[in-house]
Each structure stands twice: as C-alpha cells, then as structure tokens.
Design a protein around this ligand. Structure first.
Ligand code: ADE
Length: 227
C-alpha cells in the first residue's frame, strides 16, 4: 500500500513513522509513505500557501493552487482509491474505516491548517473527509499519523502472529479483555487463577466474558449496534 501525505510540516512525521511497526512495514516493503511539502508547489514568489478568508474576519485559509497542483501531479502518476482530507468536521474515524482503507492500493492524506482549506479543494479533489475525534487539533498532521498507523498495522504480514490485529479491541465488536504477565503475584496482587490453570477452554471462556463485561461498562453502544 502507498500513502501520500500532503503537509506544510513534513518534519512532524519523522518520529511516528521511524519506529516500531510502521518502520518495519516500510522496511518489509508492505507500506510506502511519501511526504509532500505543499510549499514546494506554490507558484508565487514567496512560496505562500495561505491567504486571508473572503468575507470573514480573523484567520488564514490554505490556498487552492499549491494543493491542487500537488494532488494533480500525484494523480497523473497513478490512480488513487481515496483522496482524504483531515478535518474535525469529517466522518468520525473508527476501526471499520481503518479495515476498509487497509485494503486499498493508493491513498492521499491532506493535512489542513489555520482556518481550513479553500472549499473548492474539498468540492473538486477530496473523496473522503475524516476526523479523529470531536476536538480541534492545530493541524491535520497528528490525525494523519494516527490514521496511517491504524491502517498500516492491518496490512497482512505487518504484524506477526503474536501481535495479530485480529485480537485488537474493536476488531470483533468487543474491547479486549485484561491481560497479565509474570510475576503471578506482586505485592499480594494476584493474577486470576483461571489464567494459570492451563485449561485452554476455560481460559477462552473467561476472556470472552471479561471482554463482554468491559465492553458493557465502557462502550455499551458497541454491544447494541455491533460494529
Ligand atoms: N484537524 C484538526 N482537528 C482535527 C481532528 N479532530 N481530526 C482530524 N483532523 C483535524
């Protein structure tokens, strides 16, 4: 899978993309991430990427030309399944969407800033708008990093069996049950006996019960809707 990210702060991705699972996915050739510095596409003398909003008071708006040129250049090189804009007024991102996006070949993630982007970009280039939650970030970069991480870990071969995405919270419509590791007792706090019993059937049953219990308490809606 190939992910092209359009941003005015490419450095913001250096940390999240150069460690752990995303790093390994890139090294294995299972995911390719390309960062595009929107300022490089500005056709004006000062490489300006934002301007005042028409008919509004305060706040700058990202200009159409640099973003349009960047998207068009990419689209001339390959087909994109989705051109996604990160925005707090987009569709709320969830595991179901991550699952679908992880099956695609090529996607573009556009990170906005300031008061937003010129609406004509949304009208003419964007196929999907995603929010990672009902709060406002300073820009779309952190949202794009979150979405990239959640998608890449789902690509077959990225995770080994021991970290399989199938056992993640949300993946089967339930939150994950509690987990424990050694020692079996610490300061008198004990790991539940059943997990030490070696009885696989009973352990599986316990895990399912605990997953349902946790989901009921923390995400009642998930049980009612199924996700
Ligand atoms: N840009 C700013 N806030 C955002 C959010 N909550 N989700 C996605 N993109 C954003």
């Amino acid at each position: 899978m190939r992910i092209d990210i359009l941003t005015i702060f490419p450095q913001m991705f250096e940390g999240p993309f150069s460690h752990s699972i995303i790093k390994r996915a890139q090294e294995k050739g299972l995911a390719e991430i390309f960062l595009h510095y929107i300022r490089d596409y500005a056709d004006n003398k000062h490489r300006k990427v934002d301007d005042y909003a028409y008919g509004h008071g305060a706040g700058m708006v990202m200009m159409i030309q640099p973003i349009a040129d960047c998207i068009e250049k990419l689209k001339a090189e390959r087909n994109y399944d989705e051109v996604i804009f990160m925005t707090p007024d987009g569709v709320l991102f969830e595991q179901k969407i991550a699952n679908r996006l992880s099956t695609l070949e090529n996607i573009i993630l556009l990170c906005g800033h300031y008061k937003g982007i010129d609406e004509r970009i949304r009208e003419h280039f964007i196929t999907m708008e995603l929010s990672i939650g009902d709060y406002v970030l300073s820009g779309g970069e952190l949202a794009a990093a979150v979405i990239t991480d959640s998608i890449i870990r789902l690509i077959p071969g990225v995770l080994g069996d021991e970290t399989s995405a199938l056992t993640d919270s949300f993946q089967d419509g339930l939150l994950s049950p509690p987990v424990y590791t050694r020692p079996s007792e610490y300061r008198g706090w004990k790991v539940p006996d059943i997990l030490l019993s070696g009885n696989e059937k009973e352990i599986n049953k316990w895990n399912v019960e605990k997953a349902i219990e946790r989901t009921k308490h923390r995400r009642k809606g998930m049980l009612e809707e199924g996700i």
